[in-house]
Ligand binder design. Structure first.
Ligand code: PXP
Length: 238
């Protein structure tokens, strides 16, 4: 049965809009866990636009499930991960101009740096996942650099405008799943998934965990986080 890790970044986005202390992503994480979430995901961005260092520290101490830290491939972030020891790290590309993570990591290009940083994180007991496009070369390179998991970037699938495009993008995801399975690479997925578009992805077997933020927090603003998480869990767990 697939798992759901709830990304609480946008609770911090609301807090930072006012520069005050609430709403607190730590409280949101507690409520998401009580609703049944299998894990909590946060992205500590280099510009600290939402999640702050204090959030990472407190969440590490309070989370009862699993903490997944999304971060850029920088020395600063690796040293924070080695200090706070999240259960897993998902390495993502990061651009300061972007509203959210736009593309997948270019693992082929970054092989040497990745190999070294992945080894450092794994030696500290952290599971390492790479956020990549559903592309065979990137999947092979992810296996080669020693990643434990890949997270399939579902952004292109979520942005399709026609049935033909939807089928094409689902086909890419399906091929990516088979390639990762053959290599023994674990499979997660996320980005842009919501209560409607997740259904077709759930029909493809093999994805271990979904990382979902925006759609759950948007719904939570209207119906409450407990209900928003439970409704997504009901879909993910079938
Ligand atoms: N996975 C990764 C690697 C991400 O960077 C993000 C966005 O922070 C997500 C999943 C969640 O995407 P969304 O907020 O669109 O659900």
């Amino acid at each position: 049965m697939a798992k759901l890790s709830v990304n609480v970044d946008h609770i911090a986005t609301i807090r930072q809009a006012r520069g005050v202390s609430e709403p607190d992503p730590v409280a949101a994480a507690v409520l998401a866990e009580l609703a049944g979430a299998d894990g909590i995901t946060i992205h500590l961005r280099e510009d600290r636009r939402h999640i702050q260092d204090r959030d990472v520290d407190i969440l590490r101490q309070t989370i009862k499930t699993r903490l997944n830290l999304e971060m850029a491939l920088t020395d600063e972030m690796v040293s924070i991960a080695l200090k706070t020891l999240p259960d897993s790290v998902t390495l993502v590309p990061e651009g300061r101009h972007e509203l959210t993570t736009e593309g997948g990591l270019d693992v082929v290009l970054l092989q040497n740096t990745l190999k070294q940083k992945i080894a450092l994180l794994q030696q500290a007991g952290i599971v390492v996942s790479l956020f990549i496009e559903p592309n065979i070369e990137q999947i092979k390179a992810s296996h080669k650099v020693g990643a434990d998991y890949m997270e399939i970037h579902t952004g292109m699938y979520c942005e399709v405008r026609s049935e033909a495009e939807r089928r094409e993008q689902l086909g890419r995801i399906e091929l990516a799943i088979s390639a990762a399975r053959r290599l023994g690479l674990g499979i997660n997925a996320g980005h842009g998934l919501d209560y409607r578009n997740i259904q077709s992805v759930l029909a493809l077997p093999g994805i271990e965990e979904f990382n979902i933020g925006h759609s759950i927090i948007s719904r939570a603003a209207l119906v409450g986080i407990d209900r928003a998480v439970r409704e997504m869990l009901a879909l993910v767990k079938g």
